[in-house]
Design a protein around this ligand. Structure first.
Ligand SMILES: NC(=O)c1ccc[n+]([C@@H]2O[C@H](COP(=O)([O-])OP(=O)(O)OC[C@H]3O[C@@H](n4cnc5c(N)ncnc54)[C@H](OP(=O)(O)O)[C@@H]3O)[C@@H](O)[C@H]2O)c1
Length: 318
């Protein structure tokens, strides 16, 4: 596994991040069973064996049970806390609102620390922009969490560049990432490079400018759902729209030519972008976690990257 310096921090992190959203399969409130703990352990152990040390959480995953499971595991396995980089998120109150009010952020961090059985989070992300957010109040609570040693660094997720710039304007330290959805099944964040000076009819530009903002400020973006979204690794089906069928076919044939697994190739495609994107993988299967690590050894040419991109967008370049 390649380790990289996380810009704007003193952290060394694995290039791939392991996402813990699925380590407890169900979102039920029931206590963790021994079977669930064993299954979670297999996934997390496989990630560690693949050299992944950077783990992504959120207070809401599995209604807190994913953090709780992870807390059991690293304690049970006697893993040194300093060998892990733990990132969690707060701000989504399912079915109620997005909420960045200071008390809510404080309460959420306390809950994550307790469930993860740790004294500090390496990184806390605000999960989805709260339209009613008050940047000065967030700055105060961030300063408090940092001074108390409970959170070392802060970042955002699903933020537009404008919202990120606004929050950043009140903070002394750089927000270390923006975690967004990106992959061959969801190429919107790079579509914005193509829209200047043309009619963008029919093209969604959600994600516009995020990668540019991150590159401008030397922030490493994180890409969630790089595999699952769009069903790009599912078998080709007659029911697929023709563009998806073509993408699946080209992805597989390019993978065969390069003698690499198709899922690793899809991750390599994400990492080929010069923003230094860190994919967050979410498979729970040990063999797929191992395969994902192969992505770091895959080189994609300029032409290959575009071939996959053009196929994924299903429309020729302007
Ligand atoms: N910030 C946000 O708003 C946000 C949103 C969503 C997720 N996230 C984070 O991102 C992480 C990753 O997201 P994700 O789990 O959606 O990512 P993903 O790696 O794209 O998807 C994982 C899913 O795809 C399946 N899968 C993986 N490899 C496959 C393959 N080769 N063939 C067929 N299916 C395959 C997995 O099934 P198996 O387990 O059976 O392999 C699993 O259901 C999450 O754990 C979470 O930490 C953040």
């Amino acid at each position: 596994m390649k380790n990289i310096e996380l810009t704007h921090t003193d952290l060394m992190v694995s290039k791939l991040i392991y996402g813990c959203m699925r380590i407890r399969g169900s979102w039920s409130d029931a206590p963790l069973s021994e079977a669930e703990i064993s299954a979670g352990l297999r996934s997390v152990r496989a990630a560690l064996d693949a050299g992944i040390t950077f783990f992504d959480h959120a207070d809401i995953y599995g209604r807190g049970r994913c953090e709780e499971l992870f807390g059991h595991l690293w304690k049970r396995e006697n893993i040194r806390r300093e060998s892990l980089v733990l990132q969690s998120k707060c701000g989504i109150r399912p079915g109620i609102s997005y909420d960045f009010r200071p008390d809510y952020i404080r309460e959420s961090v306390e809950g994550s620390l307790k469930r993860l059985q740790t004294d500090y989070l390496d990184i806390l992300l605000l999960h989805r922009p709260d339209i009613l957010m008050e940047p000065d109040a967030i700055a105060e609570v961030f300063a408090e969490l940092k001074a108390s040693g409970k959170v070392r660094y802060f970042g955002v997720s699903n933020f537009t560049p404008a919202a990120q710039r606004l929050l950043q304007s009140r903070l002394p330290d750089t927000l270390v990432t923006n975690q967004i959805r990106f992959g061959l099944g969801f190429t919107n964040p790079v579509e914005s490079w193509l829209v200047a000076g043309r009619n963008n009819e029919g093209m969604s530009t959600r994600g516009e400018g995020i990668l540019e903002y991150c590159m401008e400020h030397r922030i490493l973006p994180q890409a969630y759902s790089p595999i699952v979204y769009g069903g790009i690794l599912e078998p080709v089906s007659e029911e697929d729209p023709s563009s998806l069928r073509e993408l699946k076919t080209i992805l597989r044939s390019m993978a065969e030519d390069k003698q690499v697994p198709a899922d690793a190739l899809a991750l390599a495609w994400v990492m080929r972008h010069p923003a230094g994107i860190q994919p967050i993988i979410g498979t729970t299967r040990p063999e797929r976690i191992q395969t994902a690590a192969e992505a770091l050894g895959i080189t994609l040419s300029h032409e290959e990257w575009y071939q996959l991109f053009i196929t994924a967008r299903g429309v020729p370049l302007p």
